[in-house]
Write a protein that binds this ligand. Structure first.
Ligand SMILES: Nc1ncnc2c1ncn2[C@@H]1O[C@H](COP(=O)(O)OP(=O)(O)OP(=O)(O)O)[C@@H](O)[C@H]1O
Ligand SMILES: [Mg+2]
Length: 199
């Protein structure tokens, strides 16, 4: 079983992925909790450097780098676990490319082509929150003060990413979960949705 969590930064997808993994482990399941960009593979390391790079890589370069990391992720972590009948829970997967790289202008047929061989998740859960809620959580986490202008720009960006996620969720059949409220409230919604899907 392959479950993916998607959502804007600060939506709580990492929190929900972890809560679901803990829930399943308590029920005796074997679970692999993982994420993209990957944390332990060299491709993830390069991807994170590229994303932070000041020379602003071309959007297609980012899409290819993400797909390269995804290929390592699939071949080294996801596929072996699925073959061992373990449950794989990934925070972000190709849905993120179809949102972020598409917003950057990479054509869908290019994204479809470079992502076509990757295993399809059994379910993709979109943890949906308004941009303001995500921003509050991000600021709470960073204890930072980024300045009002930057916050406004970030808010606008989060809004456009959220819209794109909702648009793709409808086309691709993602399960949309209301991510507002306490982590436990959201967790119960996730469990309910998985039950509704017979998972
Ligand atoms: N339901 C919630 N209510 C309040 N705070 C939350 C909730 N879920 C998560 N948080 C907090 O909000 C912050 C962002 O959550 P989390 O890291 O899970 O988001 P994320 O979607 O994985 O973000 P990123 O894209 O940056 O990885 C964390 O500090 C987390 O503890
Ligand atoms: Mg996260």
């Amino acid at each position: 079983m392959f479950i993916v969590f998607e959502g804007i930064d600060g939506s709580g997808k990492g929190t929900q992925a972890r809560m679901l993994a803990d829930y399943l482990i308590r029920r005796g399941k074997k679970v692999v909790l993982t994420e993209e960009p990957t944390k332990e593979l060299f491709t993830g390391y390069f991807t994170r450097i590229l994303l932070r790079s000041k020379d602003t890589p071309h959007p297609k370069t980012i899409a290819l780098m993400m797909a390269a990391d995804r290929n390592e992720h699939v071949e080294k972590i996801i596929r072996p676990a699925l073959e061992a009948e373990e449950i794989v829970i990934s925070e972000r997967y190709y849905g993120s490319s179809f949102v972020y790289q598409s917003l950057q202008g990479v054509p869908d047929d290019f994204l479809n082509y470079i992502n076509r061989d990757f295993p399809r998740p059994d379910v993709t859960i979109l943890v949906d929150v308004p941009a303001e809620v995500a921003m509050e959580r991000i600021l709470g986490r960073a204890h930072g003060n980024d300045g009002l202008v930057q916050k406004f720009e970030q808010l606008e960006f989060l809004r456009s990413v959220r819209q794109k996620y909702l648009e793709i969720a409808e086309k691709a059949g993602f399960v949309v979960i209301d991510g507002r409220g306490s982590p436990e409230d959201v967790h119960q919604r996730v469990l309910g949705a998985l039950r509704d899907h017979g998972l």
